[in-house]
Ligand binder design. Structure first.
Ligand SMILES: CC(C)(COP(=O)(O)OP(=O)(O)OC[C@H]1O[C@@H](n2cnc3c(N)ncnc32)[C@H](O)[C@@H]1OP(=O)(O)O)[C@@H](O)C(=O)NCCC(=O)NCCS
Length: 142
């Protein structure tokens, strides 16, 4: 699987389609605070993931794996890839807002209360608008 940071409109359009198909927020992509990554096998888009920068804090988002490629470990690899970027940036923890906390618990994320989230994360569109109120906020310390 090859990872690429995307800036090309057409390639980002493909990611937006994958996010739509996966029922994930897409209206703020592309956005200046969001770095979007496409993951490819034989030039086919198989997964996506993104990092949103909110002041000094980082939100992992837009994790999606295309249907034919699910349950082959790709989602886990995408999280590992993005996590390496977080580490390189000097951050020692990061956040995710999700409806499938069980999946992320296996990768070491811990549930936190919404109100315990740093203010800049609380101000992201994912937090205020796109993710339902009952979505779970999780934090991973690296
Ligand atoms: C969630 C998702 C990214 C997982 O990707 P994947 O490549 O299929 O998952 P992996 O192969 O890395 O992991 C498979 C494991 O995760 C579990 N898993 C997969 N989807 C899950 C879900 N929706 N809820 C809980 N566990 C899930 C599988 O049961 C499997 O468990 P096992 O290892 O104990 O057998 C993918 O199903 C997806 O794109 N879902 C729709 C979008 C979404 O919900 N994204 C998360 C946004 S926060």
């Amino acid at each position: 699987m090859i990872a690429r940071k995307l800036t090309d409109k057409e390639e980002i359009g493909e990611i937006v389609d994958l996010l739509k198909d996966s029922g994930l927020p897409h209206l703020d992509i592309p956005g200046e605070d969001v770095s979007v990554y496409g993951f490819y096998e034989d030039n086919e888009l198989v997964a996506s993931g993104a990092i949103e920068y909110a002041d000094d804090f980082i939100l992992l988002r837009s994790l999606a794996v295309a249907d034919p490629h699910k349950n082959k470990g790709l989602g886990t690899k995408v999280v590992e890839y993005l996590e390496d970027l977080v580490t390189e940036s000097g951050c020692r923890y990061y956040y995710i807002i999700t409806e499938i906390p069980e999946y992320f618990k296996k990768m070491g994320f811990k549930v936190i209360q919404r109100q315990d989230c740093p203010e800049p994360i609380q101000q992201t569109a994912e937090f205020t608008t796109f993710c339902p109120e009952d979505a779970t906020v999780m934090k991973k310390t690296l």
